[in-house]
Design a protein around this ligand. Structure first.
Ligand code: WQD
Length: 347
């Protein structure tokens, strides 16, 4: 007997696909929505291979109210929604802000309107540590002032949180839990799903694994003149499977009516590592020597940020189960499985 039907927007994406696996393993029935603008349909095959079962995935855009309504009409008894679908490249958002505001903010508003119309009032929202901008204190807690974000991407996440808070204050029956991700990395231990950047990766870890695999010539470390132990930026790298599990707990909290109208949680490890420490962790974990050079800073980068995870630990029972090296090894195993697939396809 399923614990309930959960609609997962962006379900074929990096964090979405890992969360779909954890939802099924926890006894929920996920229904996916994805427009495949930033994910591949092959991710669905990977999820099915892990679970040994089929999946329902509606290929629609969350900003399309008509299409979304028809999904809610087709899918009876949706108990809750996890909303991942959004663009997330910080640099791209600086160049194309309207694309980000339309998609990230527009999709959430459309989704909330359709949810209310169909009496679905439980939402887990994919937020981000980028709402903190450049924090004045570290580690950041959920009470750390949410500054002007450092990019249009971060601003869309901040605006979405404000929309949820305003909805909560309006007396709506909607209950939301916003999970503020730090830096998700790694891949499922089966190496059947993982991060699948389309084109040149924006993020550090897929760039590392593609450089080690020879797909990229060299990785550039964006600046080593920050006020940190080795001059490179500090981030909180959290294993994507640990992050996925936090979504399942958040759904359970909502369905058991334990949450307030709106809640926020930092989901990270509570530990900060520099870019060079991340690179060296990859080399130690995989035995692969990485070809990197030091380059100029990247615009929009936050020098240092890592989480205080006390609240998620105490309230959600969140815990980190992987070391940085284990997470890097899982990312490398996923990269190797992608190479095998590519080689098979060419044979
Ligand atoms: C990490 C560090 C770079 C690439 C990301 C997502 C954002 C949000 C938070 C979800 C930085 C450095 C990177 C490279 C490098 N996720 N770097 N060379 O910028 O922290 O933000 O996580 O909401 O959506 O974009 O992650 O992986 O791009 O960078 O030196 O080739 O690695 O300067 O210090 P970031 P990232």
């Amino acid at each position: 007997m399923s614990k309930g039907k959960i609609l997962v927007t962006g379900g074929a994406g990096y964090i979405g696909s890992h969360t779909v696996v954890e939802l099924v393993e926890a006894g929920f029935e996920p229904v996916l929505i994805d427009n495949f603008s930033n994910s591949k349909e092959s991710a669905l095959e990977g999820i099915k291979a892990i679970l040994g079962r089929d999946l329902v995935c509606h290929k629609i855009d969350c900003a399309d109210a008509g299409a979304l309504k028809s999904v809610f009409e087709q899918e009876q008894n949706i108990a809750g929604v996890i909303h991942f679908a959004a663009y997330k490249a910080v640099g791209e958002s600086v160049d194309e802000p309207l694309k980000y505001y339309h998609n990230n903010v527009g999709s959430l508003v459309t989704l909330l309107q359709v949810m209310e119309a169909f009496n679905v009032f439980n939402l887990v929202f994919s937020s981000s540590c980028t709402v903190y901008g450049i924090p004045e204190e570290l580690p950041v807690t959920e009470q750390t002032p949410v500054q002007k974000a450092n990019s249009p991407y971060g601003n869309t996440k901040k605006m979405c949180e404000e929309i949820l808070a305003d909805l909560a204050s309006s007396g709506s029956r909607m209950k939301s839990i916003a999970l503020r991700y730090f830096n998700p990395i790694g891949a499922h231990p089966s190496a059947k799903i993982g991060e699948l950047p389309l084109g040149v990766p924006n993020n550090l870890v897929p760039f590392i694994t593609q450089t080690a695999a020879g797909i990229r010539e060299q990785i550039t470390v964006f600046g080593n003149d920050y006020n940190t132990s080795d001059g490179t930026c500090i981030r909180d790298y959290v294993h994507v499977v640990d992050l996925a599990k936090a979504h399942v707990v958040a759904v359970e909290r909502l369905l058991q009516n334990k949450s307030e109208s709106i809640e926020f949680y930092n989901v990270g490890t509570g530990t900060g590592n520099t870019v060079l420490e991340a690179i060296h962790a990859f080399e130690h974990a995989t035995g692969q020597k990485l070809n990197y050079k030091i380059g100029p800073r990247r615009a929009g980068d936050v020098p240092k940020i890592y989480a205080d995870v006390t609240k998620a630990t105490e309230v959600l029972g969140f815990k980190t189960t992987s070391t940085l090296e284990e997470a890097m090894k899982s990312a490398w195993d996923w990269q190797l499985s992608l190479q095998e697939e590519t080689a098979k396809a060419k044979a």
